[in-house]
Design a protein around this ligand. Structure first.
Ligand SMILES: Cc1cc2nc3c(=O)[nH]c(=O)nc-3n(C[C@H](O)[C@H](O)[C@H](O)COP(=O)(O)O)c2cc1C
Length: 295
């Protein structure tokens, strides 16, 4: 009942491990792959990078705030990380320039990921990398990466823009095969009254988890109405019903990140079970029937 396809790739269910929460190592990705249709690596960058100091991931009311800041082994070490991967996977990549993305996309294509996801914006780094907040930069990035690889390319968008539809249309026109929406919201800040200072080492951090679900649903809903390419709806999914709502908004697949923070890999088995129960109780036979029905 949960089986689906994405660009002809058979998936056991529509659930996708979102980038960055459980790392890049094939051991953990294979473990998640027992329960998720697709798994995404943590974004891989141009050079080895430590990321920000602790504290950089904290629970807040309604979710998580993080400023991990894209720690990465660097793309030249990808082989050690991904060696032995035996589950459908998405290689997430980031760069500081179009040239970085092109170089990394070329390299990761050699490992034959099922998809390449462009992390076009990370709010938690001082060097910005905000391709997805600019229409022309998004177009150039997607066009150049598409020229470099035969692997299908997914553009991951940030909600931190005035008009996400404009960016979604831009990446579609540039040849993106699919869109992941959304990355973290913010940045936000937490201050400790006793210490009288911001708590996170980077001072600000991206917000994720249930508090961002309404924003993610709105973004996916709007994108679905304006582009034809499929969407991986991500943001605040904790339950099977959340996944149903995300597909109703227009997502073909559903990304899950913060739900694994407390529950680990088990989140996928639980959410899949809940999704199946909901479908049975409501008379649906295939997940594709749910896509976009809230419109
Ligand atoms: C600790 C942490 C690290 C993340 N790292 C990445 C990353 O490397 N690349 C990326 O594209 N998104 C990254 N994200 C964003 C997630 O992939 C996802 O878009 C976001 O968390 C919203 O989904 P959620 O509410 O289910 O967590 C990260 C999120 C968290 C909480």
């Amino acid at each position: 009942m949960l089986k689906t396809t994405f660009f002809g790739k058979g998936l056991k269910n529509p659930l996708v491990l979102a980038s960055g929460i459980l790392g890049t190592g094939s051991d953990i990705l294979n473990r998640v792959g027992k329960y998720a249709g697709l798994v995404t690596t943590k974004s891989i960058g141009p050079v080895e990078r430590l990321g920000n100091k602790n504290p950089c991931v904290l629970e807040v009311a309604g979710g998580i705030i993080n400023c991990v800041g894209l720690p990465s082994p660097g793309y030249l070490h990808l082989e050690e990380e991904i060696h032995g991967i035996n589950t459908p996977w998405i290689a997430s990549i980031y760069g500081h320039s179009v040239g970085d993305f092109v170089k990394i996309a070329k390299h990761v294509s050699g490992f034959n990921p099922d998809f390449i996801e462009l992390n076009m914006s990370c709010p938690n780094t001082s060097d910005g990398m905000a391709f997805a907040t600019n229409k022309d930069a998004s177009i150039e990035l997607v066009k150049e990466v598409k020229k470099t690889t035969k692997i299908r390319v997914i553009a991951k968008l940030t909600p931190n823009v005035t008009n996400i539809v404009e960016i979604a249309k831009s990446v579609e026109s540039a040849g993106a095969d699919a869109i992941t929406a959304i990355n973290s919201v913010g940045p936000g800040m937490i201050i400790n009254a006793d210490v009288k200072k911001p708590v996170l080492s980077f001072k600000t951090g991206g917000l994720t988890g249930p508090m961002i679900k309404p924003i993610a649903l709105r973004c996916v809903y709007q994108i679905y109405e304006n582009v034809k390419i499929p969407i991986i709806g991500t943001g605040g999914i904790l339950t099977g019903t959340d996944a149903v709502e995300m597909m109703m908004a227009g997502a073909s697949l559903v990304g899950i990140g913060s739900a694994t923070y407390k529950e680990g890999v088990n989140a996928f088995a639980r959410i899949a079970k809940e999704l199946e129960s909901w479908m049975k109780a409501n008379g649906y036979k295939e997940v594709k029937e749910l896509v976009g029905i809230a419109h």
